[in-house]
Structures are given as C-alpha cells and as structure tokens.
Design a protein around this ligand. Structure first.
Ligand code: FES
Ligand SMILES: [Fe+2]
Length: 364
C-alpha cells in the first residue's frame, strides 16, 4: 500500500512543511533530480510545420529549441553555439541554416556545423564532426515533449496507456492545430500551482463560472492513472442554459502529466493545455494554450478563451499568490488534507499523491 494511504488509518494526512515550497535547496533539488529528468512540454507540433521552423524555450536555466529538419523530423538542441556559447536562435521563426549571431558559425537543420568563417586551411583546425548537443524529444498526441536526461525511459513507459486514453476521449487529438497561447507570472512555487490545478475542492467556492458553465461539479473526480505519475480528471458536462457553449457530445476529461503539463478536453471536443515553468522558489510561469481543428480562433472559441481567462485563470492566480504568502507566515502549520476514501470533488487524495511524488523525487 502507498505510504500516505496507509497513514489514513492513523489520522489525517498532513500537507508538506513550508520549506518544500520556499527553500532554495529544495528548489535546486527539484531542478536537478526532477526537472532535468522528466518529460516536459515544449510546444505543439503544428507550430513547426515546415523544414527550418524552430521554437525556442527554456527549462529553468537551460535554453533549448525545437526545429523541423529537411527530413521532416523534429529535433531538440541546446540553444548554445559550439564555438563560444552564444545563443543561436530567439523566439520562433523559419531558418534555412542556423547562423550564430556572434561569429557567424553556421549549422544545418540537423545541428551539424557547416561553416566557420576564416577557418579554411587553418592548421590543426577541424570543424568536421561538430554538432549541436541534441536533447531527447517525443511527440505525444501532437504535443512535443523533451527530456534533458539522455537515459530517460520513453514516454510510453513513463505514462503507459495515457495516450490511448486521450485518444479515446478525443479521437482527432493528433490533428489539432495550435490556435493561441498566453502566459502569466504566478507569485508562487510551481508545486502550489500544480496542487491548485489538481483538486477541484475549491471549484464550487471560487470557480463559479467553470462549475456552472463547463462541468457538473458533483460528478468531478481526480484519480491516479494506474501506477503512472498521471492524474486523470473526469466530470460530466454541464448542461442547460448555464453552459458557456455547446457542451453536448462528450464529457470533460483532463490528464495531468507529472510534473508540469496538463491537457484538457472540454465537452464538445475543445482542447486546451496548461504548463508550468518553475522560475525560482517563489515564482512560476504558467502557459495556457488553446487548440482548434484549423488553427483559427472563431467567435465561439474567442468567447470561451476570454471567459476562461477572466474567470478560472484569473481566480487561480489570486489563490496561488495568497497560498505562497501564507506559506511564509510564522503562523503556518501544515494542515490536514481532506482525503475521502470515496474520492469525489470534496477530496484531496490527488494532493497526497503529488506530495508523495515530490518526496520520492527529491528526498534522500
Ligand atoms: S559563439 Fe557562435 S560563432 Fe562564436
Ligand atoms: Fe482552480
């Protein structure tokens, strides 16, 4: 039996001590032992349609970019020149070759050095075999993930069965096209944000629009997906006049992939994502992505995106900021989690799981 569930018989499970959310050494451990070994979301494959399309991003202090080669394959490289370390690309765009802005060394789309000005015939200078440092990359239902650990197990082994479950809920998920993304700075540790996402105990209290317009709160549940580090959220669609849009056709489902990505399939097949990028012990950047069948944001989708941003998204920003401040209070004591053996919306068994996963990753 899992240790935290075992403890249930002896009394309530307590939350984590505040240092897990505040201490620089805990953050450094999470960086080294978790974020440098985990599958993390980079961008959607539809943002890189043509050879030479690239997208730069960061994982903590590591700058990377994904690029589509002439062979059609997506690759990820550290965004660092093999000469003296300047960054190669910024943002996103399309390139025929990658030319370093510092001394103009040039690389092909597979990361191989093709030219270094002034070096031809230079005695003892061999540019052959120099290549950008590549990073593991996989495409999961159209979403590009990378892993800084060359020994990492494939995503299908880390999250067995999850891709099939996503496709069962959204059969055309692989054909979705990136439509829009926005981001915001969250004044909290990444775990505060991820915990907040993974329980809906607060939905009825805070997210009145979501709980009346998208899901039926009474039906909401979060379960571990088998033995994987995935949390599967399920709910019936909200019906009737309160619904934001056409909610017929399917239920709500979401898949949170530890440690920093979630994919939501809304009733009627609308797809959106969150991903969380830790910046420092008490700051996190959250990204909200939206996907449509043709990459367009039509009037209906615009309405949903704006409403979500003004309600659920904004409401969560305020919650996590207050919690982070509370964790720094001299009066803070880890409180009992509400763990209901029958699960359901008024239960935080998912939080206990997240705490367990964090401790397994970073404790000695
Ligand atoms: S650092 Fe890139 S060419 Fe010199
Ligand atoms: Fe929330």
């Amino acid at each position: 039996m899992e240790p935290h569930l075992d403890a249930l018989a002896e009394g309530p499970i307590l939350g984590l001590p505040a240092r897990y959310y505040r201490a620089p050494e805990v953050f450094e451990r999470a960086k080294a032992r978790l974020f440098r070994r985990a599958w993390l979301f980079a961008c959607h494959a539809s943002r890189l349609q043509q050879p030479g399309d690239y997208f730069a991003f960061s994982i903590l202090d590591q700058d990377l970019f994904v690029i589509r080669g002439r062979d059609g394959a997506l690759r990820c490289f550290f965004n660092v020149c093999r000469h003296r370390g300047h960054a190669l690309v910024e943002g996103s765009g399309r390139a025929r070759v990658l030319v370093c802005p510092y001394h103009a060394w040039s690389y092909d789309l597979q990361g191989r050095l093709r030219g270094a000005p002034g070096t031809r015939g230079l005695p003892g200078f061999d540019t052959g075999g120099i290549c950008l440092t590549e990073v593991r990359l996989e495409v999961f239902c159209g979403f590009v993930f990378v892993n800084l650990d060359p020994e990492a197990r494939p995503m299908a082994e880390v999250f067995p069965g999850v891709e099939a479950a996503v496709r069962a809920l959204c059969p055309d998920i692989d054909d979705r096209v990136f439509a829009q993304e926005y981001d915001a700075l969250e004044a909290c540790n990444w775990m505060v944000a991820v915990e907040n996402y993974n329980e809906c105990y607060h939905c009825k209290v805070v997210h009145k629009t979501f709980a009346s317009g998208v899901i039926d709160p009474q039906s909401y549940n979060v379960r571990g997906f088998g033995a994987t580090r995935c949390l599967h959220h399920t709910a019936k669609a909200q019906a009737g006049a309160a619904a934001w849009y056409d909610t017929s056709g399917s239920d709500y489902g979401s898949f949170f992939l530890w440690p920093g990505f979630s994919l939501q399939v809304y009733p009627s097949g609308l797809v959106n994502t969150y991903h969380w990028q830790p910046l420092s012990p008490e700051a996190t950047r959250v990204f909200r992505g939206w996907y449509s069948r043709d990459g367009r944001v039509d009037e209906g989708l615009r309405k949903v995106i704006d409403l979500d941003r003004d309600t659920t998204f904004a409401e969560d920003l305020a919650l996590v900021k207050s919690v982070q401040r509370g964790l720094g209070s001299l009066g803070y004591r880890p409180g009992p989690l509400v763990v209901n053996p029958d699960e359901g919306i008024d239960s935080e068994h998912s939080i206990a799981k997240l705490h367990q996963w964090l401790r397994e990753a970073i404790d000695d």
